[in-house]
Design a protein around this ligand. Structure first.
Ligand SMILES: Nc1nc2c(ncn2[C@@H]2O[C@H](COP(=O)(O)OP(=O)(O)O)[C@@H](O)[C@H]2O)c(=O)[nH]1
Ligand SMILES: [Mg+2]
Length: 487
């Protein structure tokens, strides 16, 4: 493999940074926790709830250092990385707690520093710095591009776009592609049009099929601050894998921009963010995928394999000769478990475990410790037994967000309703075989029901104590992610 100058410069920068990080963490133990997942998976809500709980007395019985009283205090400190926006914690909390609304969605990376004063098990007082980095899962899936040429990437993207379910979504782009000649003269308008149609297709795949794997380039879906720049204005072409692009051709132009994308977007992300993480949580809206049917589940599995591959690629890339990404724990978390009755929480976890195991086989992944959890960072529902005829059915109660509709009724945001979410199958294989037909989802009067969006919960103040946000298994996630660093 040839080492280019960029790679070598990159290596030097990485190792200087690594040394700095190392020296720094020697005196001041630090854990960098990456929080990722596709757009809407629940990253913002997760981070907000985690910080709220740690700084304001959340209830975390399974998070041992906290439950045993060894954590004296957790406080926010200024965000240390000058070039990264700070996670807007205060605003998100205000929205969640005071307005009872979900925070607005964010599309860029952000970061926050939490400092935890604790007592070691041997009694010594210590401090752990937790840097939490929120980044779009779409960006993570760009890492495989580092080892692919434009021609390889074109061929793979095209083959994928011709698969049965995707072909339909790709039709407008395919039509336009037929009019392009890679050997013909470079043409900005053709590139713009092609990039737009290609991005429309990627977006349709994501929105309609919950597919997150195999959808690079990630910035086409999550442009951050780069929207419209040449590095984002390219698309696959029908060109031979081992061919050479003629000078001045459309092919050469697309190829140049693809390489620019790797230089401007992918490498800096790898160097400045991904390679510096110690721990990683990957949030997955698994319920949405189950409800969309078996194809979506297989897509999800491929997505998880893609993610695991990224961690592997992180280790085997030429950069790792001098610098190894150090992520040693990865937690996959199915979010929004409060949409299910607690009987189904273990089942949700079992299904995710099965999906991750299959993905791990595909990705031939070995390296970090992996675990799974089904959680709700903020629990928006309560449970109840509701009588239907002579039966008592386990149901969940919540306040649908204003404007949500079910069965012709539009909710005002104040009325609480009971729903029967239905049960997940005991045997995860049922989902993979496709015999599971989605959660039944009925409202109390047995009407049509999809996943209603509930408002965040109303908090009740007990005495002078700051009310805690209710959650499901957030403490288990914390225990796995940082429990060992607080021994
Ligand atoms: N009921 C419930 N809904 C959630 C939870 N977490 C996220 N959501 C929903 O999912 C949406 C997207 O969450 P967000 O954290 O903004 O996703 P992000 O794009 O990954 O940052 C929110 O607006 C909520 O509607 C949760 O714990 N419980
Ligand atoms: Mg967000």
């Amino acid at each position: 493999m040839a080492f280019s100058l960029t790679d070598i410069v990159e290596e030097a920068r990485l190792s200087a940074r690594a040394l700095w990080d190392y020296g720094d963490s020697f005196f001041n133990p630090t854990v960098r926790l990456g929080v990722t997942g596709l757009s809407r998976a629940g990253k913002t809500v997760f981070i907000t709830a985690l910080i709220h709980g740690l700084t304001r007395g959340g209830r975390f019985p399974v998070f041992e250092p906290y439950a045993s009283g060894r954590i004296a205090r957790a406080r926010l400190e200024p965000q240390p990385d000058d070039a990264v926006p700070r996670f807007d914690y205060e605003n998100h909390v205000r929205t969640l707690v005071e307005e009872r609304r979900w925070p607005n969605s964010t599309t860029d990376i952000s970061e926050l520093r939490l400092v935890i004063d604790y007592q070691r098990q041997n009694g010594a007082d210590r401090t752990l710095t937790l840097d939490i980095v929120d980044y779009p899962g779409e960006w993570l899936l760009d890492l495989p591009l580092l080892s692919k040429s434009f021609e390889q990437w074109s061929a793979e993207s095209l083959a994928l776009s011709r698969e049965p379910l995707r072909a339909e979504l790709a039709a407008p782009w395919h039509e336009h592609l037929k009019t392009l000649d890679g050997d013909g003269r470079e043409n900005e308008q053709a590139a713009l049009r092609s990039a737009k149609l290609f991005a429309d297709y990627l977006r349709a795949c994501r929105d309609e099929r919950f597919a997150m794997s195999l959808l690079p380039p990630g910035r086409f879906l999550m442009p951050g601050s780069l929207a419209g720049s040449p590095a984002l204005t390219f698309a696959p072409l029908e060109v031979p894998i081992d061919g050479t692009a003629p000078d001045g051709s459309l092919w050469a132009m697309m190829r140049r921009r693809y390489e620019a994308y790797k230089d401007v977007v992918v490498r800096p992300f790898f160097r400045d963010h991904f390679a510096r993480l110690d721990r990683q949580i990957v949030l997955v809206d698994a319920l949405a995928a189950f409800n969309a049917g078996p194809e979506a589940l297989h897509d999800l599995e491929a997505a998880l394999a893609g993610i695991l591959d990224c961690f592997r690629i992180g280790r085997s890339t030429i950069m790792s000769a001098l610098f190894r990404p150090r992520i040693d724990r990865i937690l996959f978390a199915a979010t929004k478990a409060d949409h299910l009755h607690h009987q189904s929480h273990d089942r949700l976890e079992a299904i995710l475990r099965r999906t991750v195991a299959k993905a791990a086989d595909r990705a031939e992944y070995a390296g970090a410790a992996i675990d799974v959890v089904a959680l709700a960072a903020v629990r928006a529902t309560r449970e109840a037994q509701v009588a239907r005829g002579r039966e008592k059915l386990p149901s969940i109660l919540g306040t649908p967000a204003p404007g949500e509709t079910a069965n012709g009724e539009t909710f005002d945001g104040e009325t609480e309703v009971a729903t029967f979410p239905g049960d997940l199958p005991v045997d995860p294989e049922e989902l993979f075989r496709g015999t599971f037909r989605g959660l039944s989802g009925a409202t109390a009067d047995n009407a049509d029901y999809r996943f209603l969006r509930f408002r965040p919960p109303k908090l009740v103040r007990e005495g002078d104590e700051e009310p805690a946000l209710p959650h499901i298994r957030l403490d288990r996630a914390l225990q796995f992610l940082i429990g060992d660093r607080l021994q």
